[in-house]
Structure formats: structure tokens, C-alpha cells
Design a protein around this ligand. Sequence first.
Ligand SMILES: [Zn+2]
Length: 435
Amino acid sequence: MLQIPIFKAYLHPVTIPGEGVLLLSEDGSKVLHGAVYEQLVPLVDGIRSSDDIVAALAGIHEAAKAYYALLMLEQKGYIAEQIPGLEPAVAGFWQGMGIDPRSAVESLQRHGVRVFGVGGIDPSPMKRELEALGVGVVVDAGESWLDLVITSDYLHEEVAAMAARARSEGRMFLPFRPTGFELWIGPVFKPDAAGCIECLRHKLERHRLVHRFAKTHGTSAAPVQPGLAVSLNAAYALAAVEVVKVLAGADSGLDGKLFSLDLRNWTSRTHALCANPHCPTCGTAPAKSMEPLLLSQKKVTFIQDGGHRTLPPEATLEKYDRFVSPVTGVVSALVKLPQSNGIVHVYLAGHNAAVKLEHLDDLKIGLRNASAGKGASETQAKARYGGAHYRRRTAFLPCYGRAGFGQRVQRSKYRCQAAWRVPLPNGEDQAKDQH
Ligand SMILES: [Zn+2]
């Protein structure tokens, strides 16, 4: 039983005479039915003890009933112990995050943060933002719980080196991009978790094919990073919120996820980072080996729209949707083409990663070979982006090169003779739709 109970600061109780009590919050409401709550709730003021509240209800409600009502409020998470000296708004913030405010404040005081600027970025404004929140900005690695790195380019070599050091020395690592049109925060990299900076770099590099091509031909000075003082300050403030959440032990929502906010249209999104199981840094899967391709029989459950599928297109789309992201995805985006005419829908799934870019003319070839899907329904068209996903998976394998199934390609010392149709014992062919 709580000593001095008070409603959590993000809840606002409203008594409805003769009916009960409404507990309003920013995104919803709860109802407390019964006369006992009508009389009890106004007494929960952060001054009276539980015993005082029960005593005040003597002659109206039995003590057992009043104690039980208090217990229910506590068990449902509506009331907590009063914390002297803590602003209600601050207490409500941590309570809403599911964290005891007192332990959150103690964690902020106990855990230090190192802040770095990479690529000429001044970390001072970020440090001031954190210090204003009571976060200890430290210098020594031994005192740091989290390394925060501010950069205009996540692919900067220095970012990778810092992340590697943080991981090997057991610290969390948080990259942050305040410049440009799109603000990026995260992911929060934990030292023992799958999904590291190398996994992220691998995905980012695949989406920046042309930038990589330009880099191999010599680059000029670093491009100007657009940004206003006010937009930078807003970015620092948002990153500071993430830092205090991490330090306090809250579920930050960015474990293995990157948050992006596009200042041009206010579109925000979180991008899940799929860890590479074969990553030399964080992967645990055994090394890849060249295995023969084995096709197996699966029951065809969907035959509409000219495709034989083992799963409906909706299920396929749901299964692979997490791989679609311009930041962390295997497929950068699904873009509806203007050729879609209401009868046939066509979706472009970005660059075909199996096509190499070595000359400017390869750009045209790459455009012609872009992965796409079509279908009589939008879902079917989108689901067929699985072809793009498949091409990207096979692009890892030295034996496939530009090939899809049914093609012969010699690459290196390997030769693939993948058979599209495989005769079955009863003389029929296997389903040919591999998507
Ligand atoms: Zn990794």
C-alpha cells in the first residue's frame, strides 16, 4: 500500500456525480465506476496518507472497501507515491514512459554521456542542451554510459571507428544527424545486441550507389549541409529527449531503429535495421557456403492475377514490408508509376542492385533494369516487388550476378544452372512463381 498516494501526473480525474470518475489522459480515458471512487478520488491529493483517506471516509464506506479501492487504483497504475520536490510535468513524463520518476532522475545523475562532433560539426550546442536537462556530459570513456555522435554523414569513417570502440568497450552508441532536409536520430546501438554500425553502413551504401560511384572518381569539397539555426536547435532538443530516455532506462523506441523527420513535409518514420546474421562484427550465423539450390513443393493457395503463390499477396507484402526503407531497407521504396491506369498497377522498387555501376552510361542501364512489379490489384503489384528483394539477396552470391532463375551465368569459378521448372515424380512441373 502506498504511503502518500497521488494520481500520476499525466492523468486528470473528473468526478461525474452519481456515476463515477473519469480519468482523462492525452490519448484516452478510463472510467472508475462506483460511489466509493466518487468520494475517494478527491482525497487522493498527495498530502493525505492512505490511512488518512480511509479515515476520512469512515461512516460513508467501510475501511476494507476503501483500502480495496486504493489498492485497485495502485494495481491499475493510476496512482503512485508522492515525490516531494519533483515538478508534476516531469513526474508525469516519466510515469507516462512507464518509469518511476525518482529512479529516472537518479539514472540521469548517475550516467554520463560523451558528445562528439564529426566532420566539422560543433558539439557545444548539444552539450548545453543535455546539461540543461541535468545530464552529466563527461570526457573520460570510463565515465560514459552512452557515446553520442553528431554527424552530417552516417557513412563517415570516423563514425564507424567510434561505434566500433563503443561496442568493444561496452558502451551504448547513438548517431545523430541534425543537418540537411531530413533529421536522423538513432539507432541506439547496444554493445551486445545484433545490428551494429557495419550492418547499417552496408544498407546505406547500397542506397547511395551513385554517391559511391562519384567517390571512386574523386570528390570535390564536402557539399553544403542545408539548415537554419532554429532547425538545428530543434534537432538538438529532439536528440536530447532521446538521450535522457536512454539514460533513464525507458523504452526509447529506437533500439535497432532509426528515426527520420523530413523538414520539407513533416513526414516522420522509424526505419528498422535488420541485422546481418553474417556481419563480421555482430553476426553469429555460420559462414556462407556454396550450396546447391533446392526447390521444394508448396501448395499453391493463390492463382488470381496470373500468378501462382503459396501465400496471398497481402501476406507476402506484410512479411517483407519491413525490408522497404530508403535508409535501412533492402528495397529502397515502392513507388507507384504513372503507367498505372486503374487496370494494371505498376510499382517501381528502386535500383536493381545486381547491376553494377562503373560508368555514367551504366546509370541508364540501371534505370532500364530497375526492379518493378505489376498486377491487376495494387497489392499484387506491390507484392511483386519481392522480385527486387530476391535480386538483392542473390546479389550477395557470387554465382548469380545479373541472373534470375532460368538463366545461365558464369561468374568467377562458379556456374549456376538453376532450373526454373523441375519435373516432379508424377510428371507435372513445379509451380513456376517463385515470389
Ligand atoms: Zn553488424
